[in-house]
Design a protein around this ligand. Structure first.
Ligand code: FAD
Length: 288
């Protein structure tokens, strides 16, 4: 039988983690309890963080959006957060079912660190910094440094994911994913694409098609030079198609029970073409 501490503040959560170095953090439980119920994970101590107010906070500034680790998908889908980080809201809308979206959190998606975690490409495309707090104070890092492999993070013992701080560029944002059904589905391929009109940049990150969450940086740079940033002219069909090919080349998928590698590579290219066309559809230069 495991001991459970339900923390009511960040200090209490950090204190419990320091008292029980082998403790497991429990947020919405939509990943963790599945593993426990399947007998894949045995817990000694548990620190529940769903009642920690500091983790439930979010804020919006002109150029920045901050989302606490305990913010749920349902909260990400609601205005004004959904208007400030539209791709995050689009990703949240595709997660599970309403009960899963009411319980599941950004911090839990990060903590699980699955390449199919739907918020992760969005965080990568929005240059998010992941802020963690633990016995040695605060550390901040990009997603590449946070997620160090399939379901592996660089979290140290006693650390909590407190928030993600992401850009708020002027331009449209898209999140798209493909699975065997339209709902209640884990991504076979996912993609976030962000247009940044001030920086004249396109940022594109991929989910479920590599061991991590790669940015398609060569494709980003190539396409940014072919966008007519001064005019709201849409994007050329041939450019969008070539962009898709280049993004597919940035993937490194595997065959598994959900999909073949070949299908994943093809699918992520199709998603890239579609997302680019949507992001630069006429009228696309307006604030998302
Ligand atoms: C039916 C079903 C459908 C699903 N559909 C999708 C989907 O479409 N897309 C998708 O991406 N995911 C999906 N998931 C997975 C899951 O809902 C998400 O990964 C969710 O974000 C997990 O959040 P949670 O709060 O429930 O995390 P938990 O299960 O509580 O925790 C997950 C992991 O993160 C750690 N953790 C949690 N919070 C913190 C924190 N603040 N600091 C440090 N570590 C922390 C925990 O210790 C644990 O290792 C689905 C799950 C189910 C059961």
């Amino acid at each position: 039988m495991s001991d459970v501490v339900v923390a009511l503040s960040l200090d209490e959560a950090l204190g419990a983690l320091s008292d029980y170095p082998d403790a497991t953090v429990l947020a919405g439980g939509t990943d963790l309890m599945v593993e426990v119920n399947r007998g894949l994970r045995r817990l000694s101590h548990v620190v529940g963080v769903s009642k920690v107010p500091e983790l439930r906070e979010w804020s919006i500034a002109d150029d920045r959006v901050v989302v606490g680790g305990g913010v749920t998908y349902t909260e990400m889908m609601a205005t004004p957060l959904a208007d400030a980080a539209p791709a995050l809201a689009q990703a949240a809308r595709t997660v599970g079912s309403p009960p899963i979206r009411n319980a599941g959190t950004l911090g839990g998606n990060l903590g699980t660190a699955s390449p199919a975690g739907d918020t992760l490409p969005v965080l990568a495309a929005l240059n998010a910094e992941i802020v963690v707090v633990g016995p040695d104070g605060e550390r901040r890092m990009g997603l590449d440094d946070f997620m160090v492999g399939v379901k592996r993070t660089s979290l140290r013992p006693g650390e909590l994911i407190v928030r993600a701080e992401m850009d708020r560029p002027q331009g449209r944002q898209e999140f798209l994913k493909i699975g065997p059904r339209n709902a209640m589905v884990i991504s076979m391929a996912g993609l976030a694409l962000v247009a940044d009109h001030d920086a004249r940049a396109v940022r594109c990150a991929l989910g479920a098609v590599a061991a991590g969450i790669p940015r398609a940086r060569e494709a980003e740079a190539w396409v940014a030079e072919r966008i007519d940033w001064d005019n709201d002219a849409g994007v050329d069909h041939a450019v969008a198609a070539e962009f898709g090919q280049q993004v597919a080349a940035a993937s490194a998928p595997i065959d598994d029970h959900r999909s073949s590698a070949a299908y994943r590579r093809h699918a992520v290219g199709v998603l890239a073409t579609r997302a680019l066309k949507r992001a630069f559809a006429q009228g696309g230069s307006s604030d998302a």
